[in-house]
Design a protein around this ligand. Structure first.
Ligand code: ZN
Length: 414
């Protein structure tokens, strides 16, 4: 660690001109070019054996923002900024807010450049704001080697879920439905973590991952659902279950294998659902012009050119459209219905369980349900909870054969 101050100073000299320019327009940075004695000693690095950690103390690494060129980071108290690699402290003065940018020579914090590929930023109150949005835990910024950096939120699994459950299900819903959602979301997070296999994060915030909005989403009711099921997950044959969920299935969930092709497991088989009728999406209609459909399919690279008519070619055994036939004169092209739905817009064409009707210049889809239909039906969970069922009964219905396990240990990668 003794040499740490030197490369740091050298990098600042290299960037002397832009730093001086920036220094005029930005608030002064309360970092000192710390004399060596002020830099914390690098922690001893030892070979750490693989350890087993309770889910209650498991930290998730959520890649919150990918490919950022700048970020504003604010703490509730003075920030502690360290090298994520060595643990060496980078700031010695009081600082509550910093502006971080990628720099050709490392990571720029306000007007100082540190020749590092990753830095860790934490606040004594355990909450950090990124561009004004507050998150629990702390952040590590990684230079991703593509001229930008990735912001990774290190957050305890149970804290992560407080935000996720509140974003995935209405907070006013019965607590047993919220608890079923909490167990499904906890299990899903672990399954994605196991699947992701990335170096410095476990989850992203893209469409395959769960909605995560930080502290602003949290609510006492969803907190209760998370703490009331703390550490509980669904297992099938001692493996973490793939707990897909969706808004409303209509009256029957979909077979997992129809949507996620490699997922042919007993607990994701279709089950009848008689509880979701209160959903505003139980039935829906969408009227759309053919030229809009043509444009959407073209954008998605699914079909080019005019379409004279479209029809359902075949169905899954639960009545959802599997492939659509697009006719243009004598040509007939088949398009996968799930791809078609994503191209048109999954919030407009709410499911693949629809019939097609021509209505003048418009095509009308009459459908039922919202989402892919696999696994837990959220409106069904709400209906079951309203009817006095427990979260265990709800999970047992939508993931038949999977079991709720608690106090499970997760192996933590070194
Ligand atoms: Zn349902």
């Amino acid at each position: 660690m003794k040499n740490f101050a030197w490369p740091l100073l050298a990098a600042c000299l290299i960037c002397a001109a832009p730093i001086a320019a920036l220094a005029e327009e930005e608030a002064p940075f309360p970092f000192e070019m710390a004399p060596e004695g002020n830099i914390l000693d690098e922690p001893e690095k030892e070979a750490v054996p693989p350890k087993l950690e309770s889910l209650l103390s498991l930290e998730m690494r959520v890649a919150l923002i990918r490919s950022a060129s700048t970020a504003e980071i604010t703490g509730g108290g003075n920030l502690l900024i360290t090298s994520a690699e060595s643990g060496a402290r980078l700031n010695t003065g009081d600082v509550r807010s910093i502006k971080v940018r990628r720099d050709p020579h490392g990571i720029r914090i306000n007007s100082f450049v540190f020749p590092l590929t990753s830095i860790r930023v934490e606040s004594p109150d355990g909450v950090i704001a990124i561009n004004g949005k507050r998150y629990r835990g702390y952040f590590v910024l990684w230079d991703n080697g593509k001229g930008t950096f990735d912001l990774v939120n290190h957050v305890m699994l149970e804290d992560y879920l407080r935000s996720v459950v509140a974003a995935e299900m209405p907070k006013a819903w019965p607590v047993e439905a919220l608890k079923a959602q909490a167990v499904a979301a906890r299990t899903y997070a672990l399954f994605r973590r196991q699947e992701m296999n990335e170096n410095y994060f476990d989850l992203e915030t893209n469409v395959m991952d769960q909605v995560y909005g930080g502290v602003a989403n949290e609510d006492p009711r969803t907190d209760e659902a998370v703490s009331g099921t703390a550490g509980m997950i669904l297992l099938y044959k001692n493996q973490i279950a793939r707990t897909f969920f969706h808004a409303n299935c209509g009256d029957r969930t979909e077979d997992g294998v129809e949507v996620f092709h490699k997922v042919n497991t007993p607990y994701l088989k279709s089950v009848p659902c008689e509880y979701g009728k209160k959903s505003p999406y139980y039935t829906w209609q969408l009227s759309i012009r053919m030229n809009e459909i043509e444009a959407a399919l073209s954008r998605a690279g699914l079909h080019r050119g005019k379409i004279d008519s479209l029809s359902a070619q075949n169905h899954t055994r639960t009545g959802r459209v599997k492939t659509l036939g697009l006719r243009n004169g004598r040509n007939l092209t088949s398009v996968n219905a799930i791809d078609f739905r994503l191209a048109v817009g999954p919030a407009r064409l709410k499911s693949t369980r629809f019939t097609i009707h021509k209505q003048g210049t418009l095509i009308m889809f009459k459908g039922t349900g919202y989402g892919h239909g696999v696994g837990l039906c959220q409106w069904g969970a709400m209906g079951m909870a309203d009817a006095g069922r427990t979260f265990r009964e709800i999970l047992g219905k939508y993931y038949p054969g999977a079991t709720v396990a608690s106090n499970v240990l997760a192996s933590v990668p070194e």
